[in-house]
Design a protein around this ligand. Sequence first.
Ligand code: SAM
Length: 184
Amino acid sequence: LKLYPEVVVLRLGHRVGRDKRISTHVGLVARAFGARAIIYFGEIERSVVESIRNVVSNWGGRFEVYVETNWRKKILELKNNGWRIVHLTMYGINIAERGLIEELRGCEKLAVVVGAEKVPAELYSIADYNVAIGNQPHSEVAALAVFLDRLYGGKELCISFPNYKLKIIPSARGKMVVRHNDEE
Ligand code: SAM
């Protein structure tokens, strides 16, 4: 199952210490909900990057984690390479607005930006789309999950992750996990 459009997630404004857990969750949600990579900007703990890479190593998939310094340069570079920039913000156009999700689904490649405390004002004009997941303040983790689920129409929940060491056998009670062996 190949998800379309292709998505990379950009995480801006990480605050060392304070945002460690939530930035890790942004990465895990990006992977689990079908994005192909996350890019963190600025200073970020190694442990954030490593814990996501550990999840990839155990649970599979081809998800990549990058750390970059200059968000503006990276976004402009992505734009030049055909990526459309979607900035998730409570001030944007509600995802429920008629026609918006269809328009986004028609793009080939989306770079989805989420902030931490406050994003630079310039981002609102650099973005091709400023999109709200409802116009109330909540969380980058929730915003990203709902955005990807709307974009992919739920299909992302059924993707299988290749090259896993561990895989869950869905179970009505208890935990059933299998280890990959070469017969599979
Ligand atoms: N108060 C901050 C501001 O004015 O930008 C936002 C802080 S919020 C905790 C962190 C991030 O969550 C935002 O940058 C945005 O990406 C995301 N977010 C929060 N609520 C959202 C909403 N209703 N729609 C879309 N994204 C949202």
